[in-house]
Design a protein around this ligand. Sequence first.
Ligand SMILES: [Zn+2]
Length: 144
Amino acid sequence: MYCNKCGSYIPSKRTVCSNCGAPVPDPNAPAPVVEPEPEKRPNGIAVAGLVMGIITIVLCWFPGIPLLTGLLGFIFSIAGIAKKNARSKGAAVTGLILSIAGLILSVCALLALIIPGVTKYLAAAEEAKSQMSTMGLVWRTWIR
Ligand SMILES: [Zn+2]
């Protein structure tokens, strides 16, 4: 056999190279097994999470819809991240961030929409109450 290091011929039974002194590989030792990189599985759910995250960000000002897409994006992205030996992990992480950001934004947008409405409703209710009592007063005065 030949030396791995210098390439000179080594008679069998010798354990070191007579030329350079490098140890001779044991011919009976099993060849080192190179683990083939396992092919990564496609990760459709991660891509779905990313798409949902983008939709959530784009529609975050829209009442209702982004809450649903954000929740789906959150679930899909986590499923994509959790999927073992799969591609598109980066997409899943981006989808998760976009979904969370989109959810926060859409909740803020929803609150901005609801709060003036609630204030208006309370003011209207107060107004109605005072009108009722005025009417009651008029009614009582009238039937007397
Ligand atoms: Zn050698």
